[in-house]
Design a protein around this ligand. Structure first.
Ligand code: FNR
Length: 378
């Protein structure tokens, strides 16, 4: 077992252990991947302000996100097909997050179902909703999330249609997942993954009855998304969903100040400044560049969160300094999971927490709630 010191080590291990089609699914962006790269590049370009001779004993990273206590202002982002990185990955991720004291968000497109995750957790998790054409099914998902006592609904607004990821097409990613000859040969080299997969959940747990394909029963991911997701999604739908849900509502996928204002008007308890991890509009600005203007415009009215490109605790500190009340981690979570299952997710959270704590100290800060623009070099 290699010594794991950072999220990049987890990524390299996941790349060895997870079948190529699923690893590529996680580790790719849309089209030329320019926005995907910009997310990490622009974070790296921001400089933290080193301070010295300030007493930084007894530090705290504790905070709240939509009123919920968190041991650091980080939540696991919703990610589709997570159970394909490691069998029952959503259940394992939720267990690890709960033990660590950070929220877990279950994607509509998860392999384990809402009920599966509820059965292995004792604290509430969050459910992420995509708006499908079939509004009866949307209502049903909301009811299931309520029955499972989910404490917030995260409504994703930036995927009315799917941005193309070239690797997914080349790898034959489909609904339900299919095994081509190339995939099977790859699997033969990853027997531990395959053995776990045999015993784990294998199909989209939340979508029973909604994964019909062509004659073979199989369609590409983009064909399936086009047939199910609603391109007419509008703010009226957001109002309807808010009413159906009745609890904390987080609106995800905001990159523009005008949209941020509309999200506040729609009654969002939090918004996530996000470009879907560079998987949707290629050529969109990085999330971290979009963050400050949105914080200026609506930060006094709602919680502004951030995601896109977080690979280190220093990245979390930078986002917090720019006004993010919380940060979501997508790929960092998937790398940890694909590398070592539940232990890998715990390791990832531990790495991020230690990096955040040490970096706070080196900027002369004792409490995450005091972090602000003065932590950055202007
Ligand atoms: C995602 N993301 C996502 N978002 C969402 O609202 N519902 C979903 O089902 C998914 N699925 C998904 C799958 C994979 C493989 C990835 C990498 C991402 C986007 C995700 O929630 C988040 O916005 C980004 O992952 C943040 O960027 P980083 O942390 O991955 O750089």
């Amino acid at each position: 077992m290699p010594v794991i010191t950072c999220v990049e080590d987890l990524r390299l291990l996941a790349k060895k252990r997870v079948p190529k089609a699923f690893y590529d699914y996680a580790d790719s962006g849309s089209y030329t991947e320019s926005t995907y790269r910009a997310n990490t590049d622009d974070l790296a370009a921001i400089k933290l302000r080193q301070r010295v001779a300030i007493n930084v004993d007894q530090r705290s990273t504790h905070s709240t996100m939509v009123g919920q206590e968190v041991t650091m202002p980080v939540a696991i982002a919703p990610t589709g097909l997570t159970g394909m990185q490691w069998a029952n990955g959503e259940m394992l991720g939720a267990i690890a997050a709960e033990k660590f004291g950070v929220p877990f968000t279950l994607s509509t497109m998860s392999i384990c179902s809402i009920e599966d995750v509820a059965s292995v957790t004792s604290k509430p998790f969050w459910f992420q909703l995509y708006v499908m054409r079939d509004r009866g099914f949307v209502r049903e998902l909301i009811q299931r999330a309520k029955a499972a006592k989910c404490s917030a609904l995260m409504l994703t607004l930036d995927l009315q249609i799917l941005g193309q990821r070239h690797k997914d097409l080349k790898n034959g990613m489909s609904v339900p997942p299919k095994f081509t000859l190339a995939n099977l040969i790859d699997l033969a080299c990853k027997p531990s993954w395959a053995l776990r997969a045999l015993a784990g959940r294998k199909t989209f747990g939340n979508l029973a009855g909604h994964i019909k394909g062509g004659a073979s029963g199989i369609v590409t991911l983009s064909e399936w998304t086009a047939s199910q997701f609603d391109p007419t999604l509008s703010w009226d739908d957001v109002a309807w969903i808010k009413q159906e849900w009745g609890g904390k509502l987080i609106l995800k996928g905001i990159l523009d100040v005008e949209d941020a204002k509309l999200a506040v008007a729609a009654g969002a308890d939090a918004i996530v400044v996000s470009n879907h991890g560079g998987r949707q509009l290629d050529g969109a600005m990085s999330s971290i560049l979009a963050l400050p203007a949105i914080v200026d415009a609506v930060g006094h009215q709602t919680e502004v969160w951030f995601d896109g490109g977080i690979r280190t605790g220093q990245d979390i500190l930078k986002a917090t300094a720019l006004g993010a009340k919380g940060s979501l981690v997508g790929r960092a979570f998937l790398y940890g999971l694909g590398a070592m299952g539940e232990a890998g997710v715990t390791k990832m959270l531990d790495i991020l927490h230690k990096e955040l704590d040490v970096s706070m100290a080196l900027t002369g800060t004792k409490d995450i709630r005091e972090v602000g623009p003065s932590n950055l070099v202007r």
